[in-house]
Design a protein around this ligand. Structure first.
Ligand code: ASP
Length: 339
């Protein structure tokens, strides 16, 4: 009898293992991404990098790697690409520098790590991972976070490594507008939300969510923040529950958009909470939060997410979102809302 039970559980386990779908979903930022803003060459280059990120993450999952390693592989590709607002290609702060944020969360035990406002760490997602794995903390900020990442042996670069012409142009546009508005006033004023949102290419944060063959979900997000952000401004991306969340009991989420709204509405956690406590499908929970809650208050952006079965969702209230997913059965990369 005992033998039969052992055999049954063994087969049960094997059946379950083979049913678990590995999958990865990524974003490279949401915003006013319209066909007239991108030429064919840019579009192709961006799609190529999105595909390379998906392939890198999926390859890790396919060889049995865990979901945190899968999302890190994907996010690193996008951090190293000049087309996304994370790592190389990060936007400029008001004083014309780069301050980067990143976070990672593991759905199996709700462990998490984040860095905010790093200036010299080439791949902030690796620093977030180190905080999760090798520190008693969840978030490190500023120079302390850079020192920590250096002590952990992560590659350091000059702040100018993150410079790109396209992001500098966006900074100049906001700077010119801000100064023109302040003309006549005693002091230079802070850029308004509209100034920042008008910047070319808008957001561009990157993120990934994956499920591995054990059914463990992981989510991660990395960003340069928002163009012309004030000194020390921290957005939603490194805030667990706002820009990133993962819980095997509900879902994994990585967000992109106007960070202040995503923090105030605790977007990533709110979506997972609707799945967990109201038993809603992830797609519906995400639509409620992004298309209803956020839309009604003017919070623009989107999310990617995945449920424990490995079903990807991509929901955004902006004209476009750089995005893609890969499962054993399907793979897709897209930019505009109508794709
Ligand atoms: N959410 C990011 C921030 O507010 C920006 C983005 O998604 O592009 O820092």
């Amino acid at each position: 009898m005992k033998k039969v039970f052992v055999l049954m559980s063994l087969f049960g386990g094997l059946a379950m293992a083979s049913e678990q779908q590995i999958a990865i979903v990524i974003h490279g930022g949401a915003g006013t991404i319209k066909r007239e803003n991108l030429d064919a060459e840019q579009e192709q280059a961006i799609k190529q990098d999105l595909q390379a990120a998906l392939d890198a993450g999926y390859a890790v999952l396919k060889r049995g790697g865990d979901s945190t390693e899968g999302i890190i592989a994907a996010i690193k590709v996008m951090e190293n690409s000049p087309y996304f607002n994370a790592g190389k290609g990060a936007v400029y702060t008001k004083p014309g520098k780069h301050e980067l944020d990143a976070s990672i969360m593991r759905g199996s035990d709700l462990d998490a790590g984040a860095v905010a406002g790093v200036s010299f760490t080439k791949n902030p997602i690796l620093a977030a991972q180190q905080v999760m794995l090798n520190s008693p903390h969840v978030m490190l900020a500023g120079s302390g976070a850079d020192t920590f990442s250096k002590l952990k042996g992560l590659e350091q670069v000059e702040n100018s490594y993150f410079d790109t012409k396209a992001r500098y142009k966006a900074w100049q546009e906001v700077d010119t507008k801000t100064k023109a508005k302040a003309k006549g006033a005693e002091q230079d004023h802070q850029a308004s939300h509209e100034d920042v949102l008008d910047a070319e290419f808008k957001f561009g944060t990157v993120g990934a969510v994956a499920v591995d063959n054990k059914g463990d979900i992981a989510a991660g997000t990395s960003t340069g923040g928002m163009t012309y952000k004030a000194w020390g401004r921290v957005g939603d991306s490194p805030v667990i529950g706002a820009g990133t969340y993962a819980d095997n009991r509900s879902c994994g989420i990585s967000a992109t958009g106007h960070g202040e709204f995503f923090i105030r509405y605790a977007v990533a956690h709110d979506i997972c909470a609707r799945v967990r406590y109201q038993n809603k499908p992830l797609q519906k929970a995400a639509e409620e939060v992004i298309m209803q809650e956020l839309n009604s208050v003017g919070g623009s952006g989107g999310i990617i997410g995945m449920d424990p079965a490995g079903k990807p969702v991509m929901v955004f209230n902006t004209p476009g979102m750089y995005r893609g997913y890969k499962t054993p059965k399907a793979s897709k990369v897209a930019i505009y809302g109508d794709e």
